[in-house]
Design a protein around this ligand. Structure first.
Ligand code: NAD
Length: 481
């Protein structure tokens, strides 16, 4: 247990800055106020953007040999690991997530910096043969100033996911933290500060999305937008980005389906359901929110999943239970409203369906709907809570049609012992990532991103690095050849 500072600041141009106004951060397990954070205003955003612009224009991160960036990034990773226990406590208290998962976020953040440190000196162009008399090659330039908007569900690891490749490629960055969970990111930036990056290379602002977020993403100093969050906000940002044709990476929502065939390994399946929909109280963009089950094992699987949900340990994050609270009263109300609508539409509530009445914080019961029709709202819209929609199917063709039948396409899963079936499904599933026999198989090394309303661009893996650079081609006429 660590003492939590009562007031936190923004990080602008190498300084921690206060503000006249502040935002209150609550503990979702109790609903009680936890701390305040300085609320960035337009003037703060202007200062941060100007600092990042100066850093990018001076080419502070790319002027030195690439090995210098490797050193900075490895140092950042080391400093993050050093604050992981304290940071995890802060993140668990402000966000509601389990202490174990909060610590994993800090470790994952360190891993992002280590991983991209390994690539920072390998951003190599190609030489293109044009015949005698010509030399032609490509170089990868940084974008310049990257504006990054972070959501509240995994603020520390998502922040590191975009920040690490951006810095590895030599960009200066302005990050906006989420209003509901900004403190863990302050701890992350305290660690980053110790690595001694050039002034203005990284800046952190916490403020209202509609004011500060929209100011950032439409600013003339910004060369790239990286947004992770909801579809309506992403669409609003893209409309702004269109005005200045700013390249964007959009990591949006999902309604991801697992296809469960009769030969599926039951233990692998149940372990995956537990992490797929109940991890982080279901507040995961790539949550397994639809379970498509072949009819011959449908009753058996529904019973097992209901048993799993009803057996989950529920409690505040610091007790490391299976199921933690959701982030806010508003989020809880929204989840309950979607459950009521599902019942009105004819889905059968197998368990859960409402908030825990006897708990002070924002605790949603683990919920399973059975006999869900693919067209129902609960099978089409993101809930962002611990709510599973179970849908029966008969054939592989039908399962694929249901799985691909939403506007989203973030991830998907296939549970079967038949490798040919798994490969056929993986090829035909409309999703950026497919898991076979283990939901979340993959890691920071594997490219991640969506199709359709789930967004575009890829994060994670070597591929993500190329979201943070521009290709320039240089063609040379060689005299005398
Ligand atoms: P949100 O869209 O409400 O907010 C995300 C961020 O955008 C916050 O920092 C917010 O302040 C900011 N914002 C709000 N309005 C803005 C505007 N007009 N201009 C600029 N910024 C603005 O999303 P949320 O509720 O914080 O997060 C949940 C959503 O995020 C879910 O839909 C989830 O699926 C998605 N998500 C996606 C991924 C992914 O990698 N694909 C990861 C995590 C979360």
């Amino acid at each position: 247990m660590f003492e939590i500072k009562p007031h936190w600041l923004n990080y602008i141009d190498g300084e921690w800055c206060d503000s006249a106004r502040c935002l209150t951060v609550n503990n979702p397990a109790t609903g009680a106020p936890l701390a305040t954070v300085a609320e960035a205003g337009i003037a703060d955003a202007e200062q941060a953007l100007a600092a990042a612009r100066r850093c990018a224009d001076r080419a502070d991160l790319t002027r030195a040999r690439p090995a210098q960036r490797v050193t900075w990034m490895l140092r950042i990773a080391e400093e993050i690991r050093a604050v992981a226990d304290m940071g995890a406590w802060v993140l668990c208290q402000e966000n509601g997530k389990s202490l174990r998962d909060a610590r994993d976020e800090f470790v994952e953040a360190a891993r992002y910096f280590e991983y991209y440190a390994g690539l920072a000196d390998k951003i190599e162009g190609t030489s293109i043969p044009l015949g005698h008399g010509y030399m032609d090659f490509t170089v990868y330039d940084p974008m310049g100033v990257s504006a990054q908007i972070v959501p509240w569900n995994f603020p520390v690891s998502i922040c590191a996911r975009s920040l690490a490749p951006a810095l590895a490629a030599g960009n200066a960055v302005v990050v906006k933290s989420p209003e509901l969970s900004p403190l863990g990111m302050c701890v992350l930036f305290q660690a980053i500060e110790k690595a001694g990056l050039p002034r203005g290379a990284v800046n952190l602002l916490c403020g209202p999305g509609r004011e500060i977020g929209s100011h950032l993403v439409s600013h003339r100093h910004v060369d790239q937008i990286v947004f992770t969050g909801s579809v309506p906000t992403g669409q609003a940002i893209l409309r702004n980005a269109a005005e200045r044709a700013i390249p964007s990476v959009m990591e949006l929502g999902g309604k991801s389906a697992a296809l469960v065939f009769a030969d599926a390994d039951r233990k692998q399946l149940l372990d995956s359901v537990k992490s797929g929909i109940f991890f982080n109280a279901g507040q995961v963009c790539s949550a397994m929110s639809r379970l498509l089950v072949q009819r011959e094992i449908y009753e058996e699987v529904v019973d097992a999943v209901v048993g799993l949900a009803e057996g989950l340990g529920v409690g505040p994050g610091h007790a490391d239970p299976d199921l933690t609270p959701v982030i806010s009263a508003r989020q809880l109300d929204g989840i309950e409203a979607m459950c009521r609508r599902a019942v009105e539409e004819g889905a059968r509530l197998a368990t859960g369906g409402a908030a825990f009445a006897d708990r002070a914080g924002y605790f949603m019961q683990p919920t399973v709907f059975r006999d869900v029709a693919p067209t129902m709202n609960i099978a089409q819209e993101e809930v962002f809570g611990p709510v599973l929609a179970v849908i029966p199917f008969d054939t592989e063709e039908e399962a694929l049609a249901i799985a691909n039948g939403t506007e989203f396409g973030l991830v998907a899963g296939v549970f079967t012992q038949d490798i040919s079936r798994a490969m056929r499904c993986a090829r035909r599933l409309r999703a950026g990532q497919v898991f076979v026999n283990e939901w979340y198989a993959g890691g920071i090394e594997t490219p991640f991103g969506g199709i359709g309303l789930s967004g575009f661009g890829r994060e994670k893996g070597q591929e993500a690095l190329y979201s943070y650079v521009r290709t320039k081609n240089v063609g040379i006429r060689v005299a005398g050849e």
